[in-house]
Design a protein around this ligand. Structure first.
Ligand SMILES: Cc1cc2nc3c(=O)[nH]c(=O)nc-3n(C[C@H](O)[C@H](O)[C@H](O)COP(=O)(O)O)c2cc1C
Length: 497
């Protein structure tokens, strides 16, 4: 029998942002559950709870109410978690805000009582708070579901839209009047709305959104830029390709959503001062084309992982963590040649590593010539095999204006090792992420520089002392041990001093 999804805590109020989230979540769930979805608005939670069967998957709505700022939602979340002990529960991304210690304790007790509960947050600050308040819980980050939608249009955009809140989360209050004056002083026409005021969407949330939400977004697409202190004001701007200027609210809710905007390449600027706002208006960025697929795939990955494993493996969700955990040195390669564009992709990740004093002096020399590669093989007698590509990594002492120019700063010369190491690690992780086998190569033998000169690699300024061997892995090659010395990594406590 096909399993059911139960969607709890959908809104009963007329906030477009909240309704857009519930609607989008339902759309995403329908990819997996078809019509087997029951949705319950907040006031209908008791009724919903009576209908839950043990093998239903439960999904709690996303929004800004994990905490005591909007207590009704949090109270119902606790109730659902307490009463549905046998179901997998995923709480879709929330902003976290608690003022009251007793409320944290209440939520802590409720969450702790459930063994298959997964709580997500929608910004880094909320993530840290949730990890701190609920250390025993499965907590992860995901984008707001509305990021998984997009709306394209070709309107001429002249006016500026202000989406301003006017409730207890309002922070700038009368200062917003100053911003409006500045906009007008620049000659822009201006419209002012709030996400609370769209009466068409009122009270029949999800059903009406199929038509009303694209219409709502269509209107936003007519503006040159959006100025907003509404969390979803920033997202509606993003998904319509509209540049956005975000204003702070009483806490991190709006400002820390920058993280996802950056991930999804939107054009978001955050308020720092009225002077900065003034300057922004003189150079408003161009509209852009928003790509919803990144956010959508995060949702589908999470839901498919739950359905196939009956639990959520949090390591699988964070691709970077997964790549780091999976990477192991591999020293057996196929002869398959690595094309230039792949080599460039790898070096790109090395170039993007941090560098001490931002000197950016790390240099890369790809070697693909089989005769030269063979000479490396000869040089390293202990090697069993040779890769189709070695990228030598070195440090350039010849860049004027950098800290190690002309090697005249002995105290800082250690940066060369650190910078090169940072670049190499980036390349190793990138190679892992695309399935290439790698081995870090250190060239410590005293005659190494002579060896390089003998094969025609000589540069007065660049010192090559490290590198990476790269290739398509041979089957079973990751079993190989290093000098029979294979250290099993211990628990984190072992390493922390
Ligand atoms: C600075 C550094 C230098 C290394 N040099 C070599 C090398 O010259 N040859 C080699 O086979 N492996 C080299 N390695 C790879 C290590 O042996 C390998 O990372 C270690 O055995 C742990 O295995 P893992 O990478 O699978 O975690 C080097 C690693 C580092 C960090």
């Amino acid at each position: 029998m096909t399993k059911r999804a139960i969607q709890f805590l959908t809104p009963h109020h007329d906030n477009v942002g909240d309704n857009a989230q519930a609607w989008m979540i339902k759309n995403i769930l329908s990819v997996f559950f078809g019509n087997n979805i029951l949705s319950f608005q907040l006031p209908d939670t008791e009724n919903g709870l009576r209908q839950v069967k043990p093998d239903d998957y439960i999904f709690l709505g996303s929004g800004g109410y994990l905490g005591d700022l909007w207590p009704r939602g949090e109270q119902l979340r606790r109730k659902i978690i307490r009463e549905c002990k046998n179901n997998i529960i995923v709480s879709f991304p929330q902003s976290v805000h608690f003022d009251n210690l007793n409320e944290i304790k209440e939520s802590y007790d409720a969450y702790k009582s459930h063994s298959n509960l997964y709580l997500s947050t929608r910004d880094p600050e909320s993530y840290i708070l949730a990890k701190y308040y609920f250390p025993d819980c499965n907590i992860f980050q995901m984008p707001d579901p509305v990021f998984a939608f997009s709306h394209n249009s070709n309107y001429k955009r002249d006016k500026i839209l202000c989406i301003f809140r006017n409730d207890k989360e309002d922070y700038l209050k009368t200062k917003k009047e100053d911003l409006i004056k500045i906009i007008k002083s620049k000659g822009f026409e201006i419209d002012i709305i709030d996400t609370e005021q769209h009466s068409d969407i009122n009270r029949k949330p999800i059903e009406n959104m199929d038509v009303n939400f694209p219409n709502y977004l269509d209107n936003i697409s007519k503006y040159k830029c959006v100025v907003t202190d509404r969390f979803h004001g920033t997202i509606f701007s993003a998904i319509t390709g509209t540049p956005c200027y975000a204003l702070p609210t009483i806490d991190h809710k709006v400002t820390s959503c920058v993280y996802w905007h950056k991930q999804f390449n939107t054009k978001l600027e955050v308020y720092t001062s009225t002077e900065a706002f003034d300057k922004y208006l003189d150079k408003i960025p161009e509209p852009f084309c928003y790509n919803k697929s990144k956010a959508f795939s995060i949702y589908t990955k999470i839901i498919s992982s739950i359905i196939s494993n009956n639990k959520l493996n949090l390591n699988e969700i964070n691709l970077v963590q997964e790549t780091i955990d999976n990477r192991r040195t591999i020293r057996k390669w196929k002869a398959t040649k690595i094309p230039n564009n792949v080599i460039n992709d790898i070096i790109h990740t090395g170039v993007n590593a941090p560098s001490g004093a931002n000197s950016q002096c790390v240099r890369f020399k790809p070697i693909i010539d089989s005769i030269v590669l063979n000479k490396f093989y000869e040089f390293h007698k202990y090697k069993k095999d040779y890769p189709p590509l070695i990228i030598l990594v070195g440090y350039d002492f010849g860049v004027k204006g950098t800290i190690n120019y002309n090697r005249n700063n002995k105290n800082w010369e250690v940066l060369k090792y650190q910078d090169v190491a940072a670049s190499i690690e980036n390349m190793l992780l990138y190679c892992e992420s695309v399935g290439l086998a790698c081995c870090w190569l250190s060239y410590l033998l005293p005659n190494y520089q002579e060896f390089l000169t003998s094969i025609g690699i000589k540069d007065d300024n660049i010192e090559y002392f490290s590198g990476v061997a790269i290739g398509v892995p041979q089957i079973g090659s990751n079993e190989i041990k290093h000098n029979d010395r294979y250290v099993i990594r211990q628990s984190i406590e072992y390493y922390i001093r």
